[in-house]
Design a protein around this ligand. Structure first.
Ligand code: SF4
Length: 473
């Protein structure tokens, strides 16, 4: 996991929706001398959910007239939004706090690691304030205590309707809930972020509409468990444009589908009601893309993991989804080397991969997270075996992925341009989420800009990416 250093040389940093990514908030404000009132720096570590929290804090700071600056020297105070998901993320967060203290001296800590206040204070006693995940008001009130609120100037402190975004202008994360009701044994998120807390559907849809009006072409729906949206409030009916709408994944998708942009679903669990959204995908209303973190395929290991969803019927369900929507792309993540995983159970996982033919797959070696109940399980797997299993797993998936991408050669797809550099343009089809999946390279194509949607024909592939040429619409 790399830390984006809080450095005046940094250009505005696009978001990386990889759970292990880090972000520095940098704002293209001209650099001015330290000590000018109302200047705040922020470093955002961790997953897209944390990034959305940082965007909210920055939006509120800007609304109050604070200026967000890109260097330790310019800031009167630095906020570090931490991640505490795995041990390496904890270490990165602690290192970043240390760096911010050394470089600036006035530091507030927020985010997941904030739930371990004692641990932070033991190492960094000089931190000014600590708050947990999505504690926006607490962060703001701590800022007020240490940095005088600047006089509000309506001309220089304009905040766009969509708030402050840390992603490029053409895509945005839409966080629909906080927390999680599950208790997967390898995960400590519920202890850091609490139980499921769904945002009112009208609020989510208003935010989506503001983002679309501001030029966003792709909405990435995120949460800890998107398919559980609304369970905590018994699918309460909210209102949107004068119409009643239930706080439920299906109804949310139906409304988002009307906004005329790409809508991509992340962190969906294979509950039976997920079947309902597949026809929306088949009709082209939302992207035929599902990010489902299966984590394993052996029923015994899944039971030990206490995973939601029923794996027994998963293959059947995937096949049924593909019959309804043949274009459906499934992305997933897995853990190998979970405590007690036998050679046979690992083979079961490989066989699942071969049978399920998933399009995009990430894999992690199991690593114990402090506070996770899986640590108490017996038969922890040795590092060497974990490495071996990871390599085997990735080899199987690489062959599947290469074959699937090869089948795309000759086909035409609409792509969304993410970047144009000296080699040409880079875009993505519906099959690829930003940063975590693959891309389409358009060599020597310069007549496009980020956010454009164009049609391309695929001419080449490898095991991860595609190459294409622009075609007339
Ligand atoms: S579903 Fe499991 S892994 Fe995901 S946040 Fe909830 S407890 Fe953690």
């Amino acid at each position: 996991m790399s830390v984006q250093q809080f450095d005046p040389q940094l250009a505005p940093t696009p978001a990386t929706p990889d759970d292990s990514a880090s972000h520095a908030s940098v704002d293209a404000q001209p650099s001015q001398k330290k000590g000018k009132p109302g200047r705040i720096g922020m470093i955002s570590l961790g997953c897209p959910k944390n990034l959305v929290d940082s965007e909210r804090i920055l939006t509120q700071l800007k609304t109050e007239g604070y200026e967000v600056v890109p260097s330790y020297d310019d800031a009167q105070l630095v906020i570090v939004n931490t991640c505490g998901f795995i041990d390496s993320a904890v270490q990165e967060s602690l290192d970043t706090i240390g760096e911010a203290l050394a470089e600036n001296g006035k530091v507030l800590v927020t985010g997941c690691l904030g739930s371990k206040e004692n641990e932070i204070r033991q190492i960094h006693p000089k931190v000014l304030g600590i708050s947990g995940a999505h504690a926006y008001e607490e962060v703001l009130s701590q800022v007020h205590q240490h940095v005088e609120r600047p006089q509000h100037n309506p001309f220089t402190h304009l905040v766009p309707d969509h708030g402050v975004k840390l992603t490029p202008r053409h895509f945005a994360y839409l966080k629909i809930s906080e927390g999680c009701n599950h208790r997967c044994t390898f995960c400590i998120i519920p202890s850091m972020r609490g139980d499921l807390d769904s945002r009112p559907v009208g609020e989510v849809l208003s935010e989506a509409q503001r983002l679309v009006k501001a030029g966003v072409k792709e909405l990435l729906v995120i949460s800890q468990d998107t398919s559980a949206y609304g369970v905590d409030i018994k699918y309460r009916t909210g209102f949107w444009e004068g119409m009643p709408v239930k706080t439920r994944m299906m109804e949310l998708c139906q409304q988002l589908a009307k906004m005329g942009v790409w809508v991509r679903l992340h962190y969906v669990y294979p509950y039976p009601h997920v079947d309902e959204v597949i026809p929306l995908m088949a009709e082209g209303k939302i992207l035929p893309y599902l990010d489902i973190p299966f984590q394993h395929a052996s029923p015994r290991i899944l039971k030990l993991m206490k995973r939601p969803g029923n794996i027994e019927k998963t293959l059947e369900r995937i096949n049924r989804w593909r019959e309804i929507c043949p274009e459906l792309v499934i992305r997933s993540t897995f853990i190998v080397g979970f405590p007690g995983e036998t050679e046979q159970e690992f083979e079961e996982l490989l066989q699942f991969l071969r049978d399920a033919q998933l399009d995009r797959v990430g894999c992690f070696k199991y690593s114990p997270v402090e506070g996770a109940t899986a640590n108490e399980l017996s038969d922890h797997i040795g590092e060497e075996i974990k490495e071996e299993r990871l390599a085997k797993f990735m080899a199987v998936q690489a062959a599947i992925s290469a074959e699937k991408l090869k089948q795309k050669i000759g086909n035409e797809y609409q792509i969304l341009i993410d970047d144009v550099n000296t080699d040409g343009a880079i875009g993505r089809t519906y099959a690829d989420a930003p940063e975590i999946d693959g891309v389409v390279h358009l060599t020597d194509e310069f007549d496009v800009k980020p956010g454009d949607k164009i049609w391309v024909q695929i001419i080449h592939s490898d095991e991860h990416d595609l190459w294409g040429v622009k075609v007339d619409e």
